[in-house]
Design a protein around this ligand. Sequence first.
Ligand code: CP
Length: 302
Amino acid sequence: TRHLLGIKDLNEADLQLIFETADSFKDVINRPIKKVPSLRDVTIANIFFENSTRTRLSFELAERRLSADVVNFAASSSSVSKGETLIDTVNNILAMKVDMVVMRHPYAGAGVFLSKHINAQIVNAGDGAHEHPTQALLDAFSIREKYGDVAGKKVVIVGDILHSRVALSNILCLKQLGAEVMVCGPTTLIPKYIGSLGVKVEHNLIKALNWCDVANMLRIQLERQDIKYFPSLREYTMLYGLNKQILDSLDKEITIMHPGPINRGVEITSDVADSKQSIILDQVENGVAIRMAVLFLLAGQA
Ligand code: CP
């Protein structure tokens, strides 16, 4: 595929190739000399219409470690505020001889839309509540690193599934790799179509945690909720917040993941986020190697 718009476009062989390529890049970025010349003649624009810390910096580091030329665009400080459209904005950036666009956008489908109107390769860095493919790749890569394989692992995704692009991409990726997937949260935050994705649904946090090997704890995405939602944050924490007392009471030692940003004290307490069972910062570290792999493989499809 010429673009990376979503996990739904990848098969298991694609996923394994990305992981094997990321293995080699992880070795590279742990060396004193972290750069390789692979994308020396490629120019990449990171265009972000929505805020980001991890994804934006991780893509930029991945690009620089592959020796690409990099330009960064933040919508908030651009001429979008003067009424310029998405297609005009990107076509003007491409006129400066840019080869690849990494885009985050608040609307689902923005990457697919753009791919039909511009002549450049596109990597989706998160589109609304739709997909966040590189997050799912780095999450699955981190599970593979911890356990040796993703197949057969039991993964529960806890929280605001309804508004989460991380949840959808993770479900598609983990299922493709042969993991068992469960979602856990209040009925108001679990979409009706979830059963069609072949995942289990559990509304009781303790039961879900006792079932799983890995728990991926999501944030409540207040920025995507246009109605006052139920439960309130305080109620959510009482019913679905993961604390050390719960973690220590489980039948087995599970692995804790979180895509970030964390709202400490809401979906997860600090003593859990910072515990030995947490691989949250390993996920962030792996994000650079995964994004290097994705960019390198896509450049070969130009
Ligand atoms: N996980 C993630 O996408 O974080 P950012 O929004 O900070 O990029």
